[in-house]
Design a protein around this ligand. Structure first.
Ligand code: GDP
Length: 469
């Protein structure tokens, strides 16, 4: 493309790049600085194009700060497995959604709002940082505060560390809920000690991390926890303009036999109203009905409100951004998104073949190819994102293939061809895959904790690193 722009032969440009020390193929992208250098070689002045409107995005609408009003905080509960995330979410819902509001029943729609002292807090009801990371990987940032649940009788565990790192990476403040305080073996001081070693220093030790002892069973400390959440929210001055067209994130989505595609959206800005035309990922349609977290039909939903939406033409993915827009614009954008996804798929296939080829050619380059399979898309994305980050100058980590589901024959064959190892998260090879892996000598590594997988790869890389002198 660059050669065409400067009216030169591709071979000339590649040669020039080689002379500049850039070993590239025709399919490779070059950055702006490189293009400038090559341009200079040919006496061409290279200028950046003016930023274009992205045809796969709904055009931005001006947001007048004067129209912004305070909105409830959105909270994600994270922590090690069995430390009580689900129990805590249940306890909060039970104690703070009154029978009058609920008609005794709360609906599971992936998020819910509670009221305490006249103020609202919205909880994302999918505990765990995998979902959180999957959303972030798609560019969705909907959590304002994360509550880190640590069992007082168990202390800091690997997923506690993961949760801390994920929150920190997202710049989301952490409030620690030291849970299971009702247990005789509860040792909150030990938990504080361990967290201090991770730079989460409790307030009563002179630090700035709020730590609240709670029990999801006895409901001890739950009001305190909610109060602290509101306190942190107040400091953050969370605001949004309810007058704009709705903008939010898909929290959950499924195909319902009777109702068609059903998606829970967390409205983040603006107000979603029945009759709005909406787009989420490549799904679009007119809002037919809105159902709140108590199973009631509502006409509209404002900022920080989770609501079930009916009317999309297909099931969007969790983490997709939802926008209300003019129907014609939304349809156009959906088409562009579908085309872009197709193009990216094709490009990805080409790149991995190129990689295999270049690996053979480069010879001296050490490289670790990986196939990633996991039980849910969120974990696939979390793993891939972390794995790629491991790469450094001496070793290339490439995820040659990733997907949801059991490790199958085709994964093994691909891994064999790419000389890749297979990482399975919460999935195992089927019988056929196992047999072929044996004969092809493909290494399949199953994991139950993402952190362990990352750690192992890091270790492998360290073993492979050439010694430094
Ligand atoms: P999650 O995996 O983090 O969602 O943890 P769960 O909420 O499923 O809880 C794991 C186990 O710990 C369950 O058996 C709960 O009954 C128990 N549990 C959770 N919170 C408490 C608590 O405050 N006190 C006691 N004694 N047990 C708890």
């Amino acid at each position: 493309e660059f050669a065409k722009m400067i009216k030169r032969e591709v071979a000339e440009v590649i040669k020039s790049l080689f002379l500049l020390g850039e070993m590239v193929t025709i399919n490779q992208d070059i950055d702006f600085d490189t293009a400038t250098l090559v341009g200079n070689e040919f006496g061409v002045d290279v200028q950046p194009l003016p930023p274009e409107e992205d045809p796969t995005e709904i055009p931005e609408i001006e947001d007048d700060p004067a129209e912004q009003v305070v909105r409830p905080p959105v909270v994600t509960v994270m922590g090690h497995v069995d430390h009580g995330k689900t129990s805590l979410l249940d306890a909060i819902r039970k104690t703070h959604v009154t029978a009058r509001e609920a008609g005794g029943i709360t609906q599971h729609i992936g998020a819910y709002t509670v009221t305490t002292g006249g103020k609202k807090i919205t909880f994302l009801d999918t505990p765990g940082h995998e979902a959180f990371t999957a959303m972030r990987a798609r560019g969705a940032q909907c959590t304002d505060i994360s509550v880190l649940v640590v069992a007082a009788d168990d202390g800091v565990m690997p997923q506690t560390v993961e949760a801390i790192n994920h929150s920190k990476a997202a710049g989301v403040p952490i409030i620690v809920a030291i849970n299971k305080m009702d247990k005789p073996a509860a040792n909150p001081e030990h938990v504080k000690q361990q967290l201090s070693e991770m730079e989460l220093i409790p307030e009563d030790w002179g630090g700035d991390t709020i730590m609240v002892p709670v029990s999801a069973h006895s409901h001890q400390g739950i009001d305190d926890l909610l109060e602290m959440i509101l306190l942190v929210a107040e400091v953050k001055e969370l605001k949004a303009n309810p007058k704009l067209p709705a903008h939010g994130t898909i929290v959950e989505a499924k195909l319902d036999k009777g109702r068609g595609p059903v998606a829970t959206v967390l409205v983040q800005r603006g107000t979603l109203t029945i009759g709005d035309y909406i787009i989420a990922g490549t799904a679009h349609g007119r809002v037919r009905a809105l159902i709140n977290d108590r199973g009631e039909k509502v006409r509209k939903a404002g900022p920080s409100t989770p609501v079930e939406v009916l009317g999309l033409n297909e099931v969007p993915q969790a983490g997709d951004i939802l926008d209300a827009a003019d129907e014609k614009i939304a349809r156009g954008v959906a088409e562009k998104r579908i085309a872009k996804a197709k193009a990216e798929q094709q490009k990805a296939a080409k790149v991995s073949l190129d990689d295999i080829f270049s690996r053979i050619k480069e010879g001296e380059l050490k490289e670790l190819n990986i196939v990633v399979k996991a039980d849910v898309q969120g974990s696939v994305e979390a793993l891939c994102a972390s794995l790629v980050k491991i790469q450094n100058e001496e070793v290339k980590v490439t995820v040659v293939h990733s997907g949801v589901g059991a490790i199958n024959e085709s994964d093994v064959m691909l891994a064999s061809a790419a000389n890749a190892l297979i990482i399975g998260f919460n999935v195992r090879p089927d019988a056929n895959a196992r047999k072929i892996a044996e004969s092809e000598k493909v290494d399949i590594r199953p994991y139950r904790v993402i952190y362990d997988a990352i750690n192992d790869v890091e270790a492998a890389i360290k073993g492979m690193l050439a010694p430094k002198f």
